[in-house]
Design a binder for this molecule. Sequence first.
Ligand code: HEM
Length: 488
Amino acid sequence: YDRQENFPPGPVRLPVYGGYWILLAKAFNDLGRATMRLAKEYNTKIVGLYLGPLPQVLVNDSELIKEVLIREEFDGRVDTVLGRARCYWKKLGIFFTDGFFWHTQRRFSLRYMRDFGFGRRCENLEDAIQHDVKEMIDMVKNGPKNDIEKKIVNGDLIYLPHFFDVPFINGMLHVFVNTTLPRDKYPMLWNLGKNSLIFQRSSNDLGGALVITPWLRNILPNYSGFNDLTSGTKALYDFYGDLIRNAMDTFDETHERHFIDMYIKKMKEEMKEKQRTTYSVEQLQMICTDYTFPAASATEMVLTMIIERMLIQPEIQEKVHEEIDRVVGRDRLPTLDDRDKMPYTEACLRECMRFDTLVPLGVPHRALSDTKLGGYTIAENTSVSVNLMNLNLDVKVWGDPQNFRPERYIANGKVQASLDKSLSFGAGRRLCAGETFARQGMFLVFAIFMQAFHVSTADGKPLKDRAKRIQGIITSIPEFWVRVSSRS
Ligand code: HEM
């Protein structure tokens, strides 16, 4: 139970779990804050501890965080049960792979998803998102059509975060299969949204006890989160399995209909030329799954947290309404062309992601070789996490981090990217692959929704405090009903 030489300071290495429980004991259910407390206790910018046999480094300093994200020798991922249990113990997808495989698959997917609107401005994709938000607004204004819709919209109450699922998940379908599901199929999308949230909540930033002691899955499959981890992903994995099988059955190499066709074509070509390839049907299924589960949970959660914030600070809602009325009016829907002209609305989204760090310790990276960081020695295969929460709450960076103040990003009437020092989507080669889709989608959905509605609490009383946060791969808040009243 020795520590490696010149390993960053941190809690002792206990049997089995190493320092994991000591970290949890610092702030149970809040690993970002726990890391900040450990860093203070050991008076260090980098905490070193062991998760069972795995050396884990927690970087708690704004400058060093950037350094880790940008240096390529930290571009690896740790191979854990979290990545493997999702796809029958194979190492597939984008999130939890690394090296040549990851690089090839990430580059190909981003390059060709772009042809179908992902990661850039695209009128067709924007129209599809707009259409689905309008359907959801209609569901409130004209009432739900059946009992399943009533689980999301009931009178003037809407159920968050799932009220926001459809435009984001259909947006991804638009990219992958060039079509979207119509309103009578929305229940399928809500099911994917619910399962994505189950997956997100099955674990935490460091993978939880299951990563350290994977055998827990055999004796405590429920309690360890294993069942939620697998069932949460399986819904998406199977959903895409059907779509891909259908695309393969009707595949015509002279006519590519969508991203899935482009992928199948590339896979067939490589097999023919080289007889071996990183492209496979299972990998395609995991690519679709990896891009969709955040689109079916993270973006909705940010919008849910913004709504909660507006219930606590009603003046924010007034300012958003004022901006929408001034820039867009009531006669047309907001579009992405309005984004530049609506700095307050855009700044609300940025401030929400800073104030409530969605992925407090990021997604762990892995050192690909022996190296140095902040004067300490980091051995190959060490897991390296960056405390984005510490960056987001750093007084030296923000001055008044405890205040929710969207104005902090605005100068000369515009949002200035240079004033946003948060790294909500990471940086470097592992930068969130969905950043542009997420930022554009959140702006569009939020602006269209706020043009249509005024929000208030379900019980009519002012909201005093924010809900308890649920730690997971992303931090979430419990589902809740919100009252909306039409503004037209
Ligand atoms: C508000 C919403 C979101 C936030 C705050 C967010 C944040 C992040 C962060 C912090 C990472 C890890 C970066 C790292 O390893 O250092 C990440 C990775 C990733 N995100 Fe997002 N994300 C969001 C939404 C999305 C959406 C909507 C998609 C897909 C449409 C997406 C796709 C991905 C993928 C595929 C990766 C893995 C990249 C890789 O390992 O190469 N994310 N995201």
